[in-house]
Design a protein around this ligand. Structure first.
Ligand code: SF4
Length: 335
């Protein structure tokens, strides 16, 4: 996999965002290019200097979506895809607690329903995914949901043999503070350490592999983790591996120090763009295919909606820190 196309692609996106001019509007509303604008600067919250791969991806994809999620903290409906991703990740994590010779497909499938029940116990609203219009439980919908999850686990066993693996870490929370003051954090699905100390970073995706030309963009998240691990451990991970259970593909990439320095520069540029949006109150809507899965379409100016006023410092202080809190697999972009 070559690195240049994705770097230029993302840097181009960044330079476009960074090039957005300051707000000239005085009222809360929507500018002619679809960006939301705000009334006053003094009362707007200043951003926490924290970035995760999913939030970085949000801003790169659509700054307004980032605003709705991180600044407004608007609730989103649970989705079957996100819930399935969470439960499959939980099964794959727990699978490695078993002795190596018991890490079979049958054992993984046996873990599925208990993990799902634990997830619903923790997040009861997920039960609504399998209700009818009157809220009644539809068992066929749950069975279909679990059936697709079983297919994903089945495919996992065609891609790896877990009896031959002894991960060093699973669902590992990582965080590092860059010299700039920006904190990077996130969850690594799995970290393998070879006898010679080489690191392999593994991430499971329950969707399909990206099409030609988009692989490097998908690998951005892995470079993010590689940068954090490099800063934490002083070792550049030897291999980054994305396992796509939806399509049965595995993407691999071997980063080097130059790659990770470029990733750091890119993240700092991204953070500058986020700070600029905070300072100006301009959060550009960037419509695209993702809009069909965006919970905020109804309030999005790109689709005729009106965003709510930006929250004030006081309003935000009352809100629970959800969007920026470290939590694995809380949205489809994490999966
Ligand atoms: S509907 Fe599309 S353009 Fe609007 S906030 Fe969502 S992703 Fe962005």
């Amino acid at each position: 996999m070559g690195g240049s196309p994705a770097l230029s692609e993302v840097c181009l996106t960044l330079s476009t965002m960074i090039g957005a001019g300051p707000s000239t509007g005085a009222d809360t509303g929507t500018s002619s290019d679809g960006a939301t604008t705000a009334t006053e600067g003094a009362d707007r919250p200043t951003p926490l200097q924290v970035l995760s791969p999913s939030r970085a991806s949000d801003f790169l994809t659509c700054p307004l979506r980032y605003r709705f999620r991180v600044i407004d903290r608007l609730p989103e409906r649970p989705s079957p895809e996100a819930a399935r991703g969470t439960v499959v990740h939980a099964v794959l994590e727990q699978l490695f607690e078993l002795p190596a010779d018991r890490r079979t497909l049958a054992e993984a499938v046996a873990l599925l329903e208990p993990r799902w029940e634990a997830l619903v116990a923790a997040e009861p609203e997920l039960a609504a995914l399998f209700g009818d219009e009157d809220g009644g439980f539809v068992p066929e919908r749950l069975e279909e949901f679990l059936g697709v999850a079983r297919d994903l686990l089945d495919r996992y066993f065609t891609l790896e043999d877990p009896t031959r693996l002894e991960p060093a870490e699973r669902e590992m929370y990582v965080e590092c503070l860059l010299d700039s003051g920006l904190t990077l954090r996130g969850y690594v699905d799995r970290l393998d350490v070879a006898p010679d100390g080489a690191l392999r970073v593994v991430d499971y995706k329950t969707g399909r592999a990206p099409g030609p030309g988009y692989e490097q963009r998908a690998m951005f998240q892995m470079r993010f983790y590689a940068l954090v691990l490099w800063r934490l451990r002083g070792v550049v991970p030897r291999l980054l591996q994305l396992i796509y259970l939806g399509s049965g593909d595995v993407l691999r990439y071997e980063p080097d120090e130059a790659d990770l320095r470029a990733t750091e520069r890119k993240l700092l540029a991204l953070w500058s763009a986020i700070e600029r949006a905070h300072a100006t109150g301009e959060w550009r809507a960037s419509p695209g295919p993702l809009c069909n899965w965006c919970d905020h379409k109804v309030r999005c100016p790109a689709w005729g909606g009106t965003p709510p006023p930006l929250p004030t410092v006081a309003a935000r202080a009352e809100a629970t820190d959800v969007s920026e809190a470290p939590s694995p697999h809380t949205s489809p972009v994490d999966l």
